[in-house]
Unconditional design. Structure first.
Length: 298
């Protein structure tokens, strides 16, 4: 049991990294299936459109899915256009909160599409097909006999001997794709490292408090889900029983709209007000405004 608990603790401690790794592995597997089973370069004037579609369109779809499966997206967007939300913060505060919350969400959503593009470039099939129909590559490879050379270039993805013949004089499309792929991977890793360092350096709290904030947020979310289900079940049972039994419903306490509004939205870490969530802030504010609390304070 101790060994199992250590494994669980390890997964809980590194769930963000492990989650990104699983998404990346699934993306790699999907790219391999598309490249070997679905993709067939037409080797004609449609090469550019066909190859670019397989290289970029799935990446764009994965980018949108990254936002769609992230619950923080819907938590932030729900009620965003309402007048009450606009009155809560000034335009500058709203813009600052928007950037602070959307940048990490965008970074997570970019994991799958960037993985797709990087792996596709290393495989080279999509790039080779798209580049063979590019006017830039035509001007690079075909300086003499432009028309005949262009026709040959379009057939490169389907003819290995022709590809080897052209690559003797210039860097092959396959090699170009792999070089771009490695450059993209190196750029991504450098950007991730720099962003993490900047975010940590600019954190208003120290490492241990930030770790506590992460643990608290996770536990609060789990408990809120459990209590919400229990509360909703009891309310549904009361209403259903009273309907079928034709009785008056007993009093049932539930948060009002104003209470829900106060605990909604996404919390940001602030060194001045050490609230670990909107629910935490709401309860502490309610406690400080309570007459009983004021009497005890006096």
């Amino acid at each position: 049991m101790d060994g199992l608990q250590k494994v669980v603790d390890f997964f809980m401690r590194h769930q963000t990294i492990l989650g990104c790794s699983i998404v990346s592995l699934l993306t790699v597997a999907s790219e391999q299936i598309f490249s070997s089973v679905v993709f067939r370069c037409p080797c004609n004037s449609k090469n550019m459109l066909y190859g670019a579609s397989f290289l970029l369109a799935p990446a764009f779809v994965l980018f949108l899915l990254g936002f769609m499966v992230n619950p923080r997206t819907w938590q932030l967007l729900t009620g965003m256009c309402s007048l009450e939300k606009h009155l809560e913060y000034s335009p500058w505060e709203s813009c600052a909160r928007f950037c602070q919350l959307w940048v990490p969400m965008t970074a997570k959503a970019l994991v799958a599409p960037l993985t797709w593009i990087a792996v596709a470039l290393l495989g080279a099939n999509f790039y080779e097909c798209a580049a063979s129909g590019s006017s830039v590559m035509v001007s690079f490879y075909c300086k003499d006999n432009r028309t005949d050379c262009q026709n040959q270039l379009l057939k490169v993805p389907c003819d290995e001997e022709l590809a080897a013949k052209i690559s003797r004089e210039r860097l092959s499309l396959h090699a170009q794709s792999q070089l771009i792929g490695w450059f993209l991977i190196a750029s991504i890793m450098t950007g991730v490292l720099i962003s993490i360092c900047v975010r940590r350096c600019c954190s208003p709290v120290n490492y241990l408090q930030l770790r506590f904030y992460e643990i608290y947020s996770k536990k609060e979310h789990e408990l809120f889900e459990i209590k919400a289900k229990e509360h909703a079940t009891k309310l549904a049972e009361r209403n259903t029983n009273c309907f079928f039994e034709s009785t008056d419903p007993p009093r049932f306490c539930t948060p009002n709209k104003e209470d829900w509004l106060k605990i909604s939205g996404l919390n940001t870490i602030n060194s001045q007000k050490q609230y670990y969530s909107k629910l935490h802030e709401y309860m502490e504010t309610k406690r400080s405004n309570s007459p009983k609390f004021n009497e005890e304070g006096q």
